[in-house]
Design a protein around this ligand. Sequence first.
Ligand code: SF4
Length: 368
Amino acid sequence: MRVKAIALLSGGLDSSLAIRLMLDQGIEVEALHFVSIFNATAPEKPSLLRPLRVARQLGVPLVPMRFTAEQLALLRDPAHGFGSQMNPCIDCHMAMLRLAAERMRETGAQFLVTGEVLGQRPMSQRSFVLHQIAKDTGLGGLILRPLSAKLLPPTIPEEKGWVDRERLLDIYGRSRKRQLELARHYALTEHGSPAGGCLLTDPGFAARLRDYFGHLAGAEPDLNDLHLLKYGRHFRLDAATRVIIGRVHRENVTVYTFSRPADLLLTTRDAPGPTALLRCATVGLSDRAAEAESARLGKPAVALLRGSESDEHIRTAAALTARYSKLRAQPLVAISVTPGRSHPGPASRVIEVAPSEDAAADERRIGA
Ligand code: SF4
């Protein structure tokens, strides 16, 4: 019977090569890909597309694993802290390995494979951290890291002779030179760029996420909100209210698609302009209750819930919308204001506003 391993496959080069090295040694491999809202993929591309292509090129089965809930739980208070942004890499990696270990037991696989490279990432790929991860997950010598194996103590698959240590590698550090040579050697073409991957490491996204968590006021994070953090420019008007403005057509469509009946959508009436979304966290009411009330009265919830203050917010959102339109040099710009998608209420109205000054826009901007 062939020895079987479960491998973590991000879709990047390192995890692809780690699997390739195992296949070279006759190991049967099943690849796991962790699917999360924080995976960085272009909006028009499903996050599974790349790993599916990589798995097909390698000729291994791919099992997608839902991972958003685990990552969200980790973001509250990661035991090993964050990396340079909102990335709790050590705890995140441990969570992945624990899930992979469950899969290993379910499928009767003998060990786990990862594409980690010693010294490549400052937080999670230092020697003592790799050791700590193996210890804390209870997986000990069952985790094989083929790209750096010769720099690490022998693992169980090596000791048992399932894998020949001499045919493993000793790659260290951030240079991708050897990996790129190997990719050419193995004619691997489907892997993603080295920089791609995880939005939690992106400074702009991390700033927006920090701001979002900082204003949740005890509420649970909302998937629609989290998706929206990936697109457009974000502005905070007060603790409960934000504006999101699309930067390009694709983002305008996304902003519209994610809008809810309780939101307001704004855009320029007389020239091409961005789509902006004004969202109030509806303090004291759940979204569902706010939407039901909004639909019953035929008014957007943002206006219902915030009284006269909301008019100020609508004007600020309109001024920001004008600022990012082609009419930004005009003294006054007509902005259409409509309820969010699927709202059964009134048609749009138009307000005229002066475009926001750069300094005022910058002051409200969240992240860059
Ligand atoms: S980069 Fe993102 S997905 Fe990878 S270990 Fe860190 S937090 Fe987790």
